[in-house]
Design a binder for this molecule. Structure first.
Ligand code: PLP
Length: 378
């Protein structure tokens, strides 16, 4: 049996090892230290925001971002149903209720017209909507050009879930620079990794100061540690920040590699009717984190699950798109505003090996397997 080919595994090597060892030998082992400060500055500069707080995960960044925007128990927080559970989990941690809005078909991102409709209905029902959390799905930024004016008209702050989108842009601005604040993730499978970690990005100095305070157990500046609020233990360790600094120097190269892999899939499937690369033809602004395809079985005669099974038989990993939150048992009771697109994408989409650590041989093997599958069913 061939070695298993994974969808998106960490792309690390000698550079990361050097940065990590240097941090270790510097003696800054304990949480925080000069690599955390430098990593925050470097990511903030890269994205074009004034401030960044390095945290233990993207989920922690979402949680603290919501708290610092004033989200309270019983409030409603609107998010995209087409996302990873972390987005909705973070909303739930605050005691607020997630409200799921459906997607644009091409991008899977939050549909601005439906968002506006949902805000109108919630206002009419007398609900307090305290934040909107758009998600930049698989590395394509949501349509902030339309979303931000709607949010502003309703007076609701935006916390962008840019966990999947570091390096992507929209209308000339980097993902992570939209809204009142945003969260990015450095989990092991993301476009760059610290093995685990995240960041809260914002232009608001007061907000980032409050995030740092809540992330370090809400310690008041007194020698005996005075506490007047409940805090969290959410900071990123200095050793992991060092890994992140090495990764950041390679971000453009890793994005280019993922794009090159996507281009291989695109040319393979160009001649196959009924199959599209998910996200549309124009992906110039995307970071190409994951490449998925959407299959129309009425045209192809086969389904996304058939392709996935063929890859699986060759020991190649693939997976459906995120199962929408409104279909998840744990959120069964949540309110939502649906158009059917997220469910349709879940049922017809499949995500293919996309990681920048894939070798040329791995990519060739995956493409050959997909090509054989497609040929046999023509
Ligand atoms: C990965 C991810 C997160 C969570 O990030 P972690 O660092 O794993 O906590 C949140 N939202 C989305 C959309 C993600 O893909």
């Amino acid at each position: 049996m061939n070695d298993r080919i994974l969808m998106s595994s960490p792309d690390v090597g000698e550079l990361e090892e050097t940065y990590l060892l240097n941090a270790f030998r510097s003696g800054w082992i304990a949480p925080l230290g000069p690599d955390v400060d430098a990593f925050e500055r470097e990511v903030a500069d890269r994205v074009g925001v004034a401030h960044a707080a390095a945290l233990s995960s993207g989920t922690a960044a979402l949680h603290l971002g919501l708290l610092c925007l004033g989200v309270k128990p019983g409030d409603v927080v609107i998010t995209s149903t087409m996302t990873f559970a972390a987005t909705a989990n973070a909303i739930t941690y605050t005691g607020a209720r997630p409200y799921f809005v459906d997607s644009e078909l091409e991008s899977g991102n939050l549909d601005p017209a439906l968002l506006e409709h949902a805000l109108g209905e919630l206002r009419a029902a007398g609900e307090t909507v305290s934040a909107i959390v758009p998600v930049d799905l698989l590395g394509k930024a949501a349509d902030y050009t339309r979303i931000l004016p709607i949010a502003e008209a309703f007076g609701v702050p935006v916390l962008a879930d840019a966990a999947e989108a570091l390096g992507a842009s929209h209308a000339g601005k980097q993902a992570g620079a939209f809204g009142a604040a945003s969260a990015i993730s450095f989990n092991g499978n993301k476009i760059m990794t610290t093995s685990g970690g995240g960041m809260l990005l914002t232009d608001d100095a007061e907000l980032v100061a409050r995030v740092r305070y809540l992330a370090t157990q809400a310690r008041q500046p007194a020698v005996h540690y005075e506490h007047t609020e409940i805090g969290y233990n959410y900071r990123l360790s200095n050793l992991l920040a060092a890994v992140g600094r090495a990764q950041l120097t390679r971000l453009d190269g890793m994005m280019a590699r993922r794009r090159a892999i996507r281009d291989r899939y695109r040319s393979l499937l160009a001649s196959v009717d009924g199959v599209e690369i998910f996200g549309g033809a124009d992906d110039r602004d995307d970071n190409c984190w994951l490449t998925s395809v959407v299959v129309d079985p009425a045209v192809t005669g086969w389904t996304a699950a058939d392709l996935s099974a063929a890859l699986g038989a060759a020991n190649i990993e693939s997976r459906p798109l995120w199962k929408p939150m409104h279909l998840q048992p744990v959120f069964a009771g949540a309110q939502s505003m649906l158009n059917g697109n997220a469910q349709r994408l879940f049922e017809t989409g499949v995500t293919l090996p996309s990681g920048s650590a894939l070798s040329d041989a791995d990519v060739d093997r995956t493409i050959d397997c997909a090509a054989r599958f497609v040929e046999e069913r023509r």
